[in-house]
Design a protein around this ligand. Structure first.
Ligand code: MN
Length: 356
């Protein structure tokens, strides 16, 4: 028995890369020969998307070699009215009392609703009383784990409201193999629930916002074993940071180009160039550097870069600075200390020169 777990696809008509991610998930589910694909909320970006996109979804999910089990999230909590057909083998859990039973596994779901605190705890206790101790119980959940350090950066674009907040301790008395969660977009993350099983966020399978950087993932579940991360070949953002070193003799453009070429071709690059450089070495002005980097990025297709660098040739070629540097090189400091002193000195010279 194997399950593939994802969440937060946020399907919408305007985002083809999210549909490509769904195809990639289906491909992964087939390759891994799973019995079910679990989608723990926010399959659709908005309730209305389910209405417009349902038939398209049926073609992708229906009639496959595995079942698809979905719970509503905060973005699509009203998308699954009874009577709607999402495809053969697609099951929506809209009632927490009714699990989807798969051999030795019972899949329970907590459809998203604005519950918290005591009410949420007593709901979990009610579910617990329905669970069989002879089965592997798996609970689908969409919301925030308060034990995790979240900033709103980790959640896509949710603002500062709280969404079904839980603590790991809420699940301690439940006979669980795991909680398969959604809502936290950043990356695959696993916690051990004290006295029970695992709590897992799979990470969004495709970047929904620019804050979701790095290769995207899903989660593979085998009852009785710890959850495992699966890498996906899907659209994502990749943050590249280049810090220029004024004492390095490499051509800044070569350094930047190499970093960009090393990145995943499926990724959309968000480049930040910072630090200081010696423009006289390659006779490269700040303006030329900006223009040339933009050309490289335009060819590849990338987000707007962040430029935070300066040419400090006027300091590096100053006689006094060079004499100071020669003295420093003869001193008995470690290379790290020398580097630090040089950086501070460049800074001091920049200030003095700007004021004189
Ligand atoms: Mn959500």
């Amino acid at each position: 028995m194997k399950l593939l777990h994802t969440a937060d696809l946020h399907l919408s008509e305007q985002a083809p890369e999210r549909w490509a991610a769904l195809h990639e998930l289906v491909k992964t589910a087939k390759r891994e020969k799973v019995q079910a694909l679990v989608i723990a909320g926010d399959l659709f970006d908005q309730n209305v998307d389910a209405e417009m996109l349902r038939s398209r979804l049926r073609d992708i999910l229906g009639g496959g070699s595995f079942m698809t089990v979905i719970i509503p999230g905060n973005h699509d909590s009203r998308a699954y009215r009874s009577g709607l057909f999402f495809g053969e083998g697609v099951r929506i859990i809209t009632d927490w009392r009714e699990p989807v039973r798969l051999d030795e596994v019972d899949l329970w779901g907590l459809p998203y609703e604005p519950l918290e605190g005591e009410k949420l705890v007593s709901r979990l206790l009610e579910i617990s009383s329905l669970m069989s101790r002879e089965k592997y119980n798996i609970l689908l959940f969409h919301g925030e784990l308060l034990d995790a350090y979240f900033s709103s950066r980790d959640l896509g674009s949710e603002g500062s409201r709280r969404y079904m907040p839980v603590k790991l301790s809420y699940f301690s008395s439940l006979p669980l193999h795991c909680v398969l969660a959604g809502h936290f977009h950043s990356c695959h993350t696993v916690w051990q629930i004290p006295g029970s099983g695992y709590f897992v966020y799979p990470g969004s399978p495709v970047s929904v916002t620019r804050r979701e950087t790095g290769k995207r993932t899903a989660n593979l579940v085998v009852p009785g074993q710890p959850p495992v991360e699966v890498m996906l070949d899907t659209f994502h953002y990749e943050g590249i940071r280049v810090t220029l070193d004024p004492f390095d003799h490499c051509d800044p453009l070569v350094v930047i180009r190499e970093k960009i070429e090393e990145s995943d071709p499926a990724a959309r690059v968000i480049l930040t160039v910072e630090g200081l450089y010696n423009g006289s070495l390659q006779n490269l002005s700040e303006e030329q550097l900006v223009t040339s980097v933009r050309e490289i990025l335009d060819k590849r297709g990338a987000e707007a870069p962040v430029f935070n660098f300066s040419d400090v040739r006027h300091v590096l070629e100053d006689d006094l600075f060079q004499r100071f540097n020669a003295m420093l090189s003869e001193k008995d400091y470690s290379p790290e200390q020398k580097q630090k002193i040089k950086e501070m000195t460049v800074r001091a010279f920049r200030v003095v020169k700007a004021c004189s």
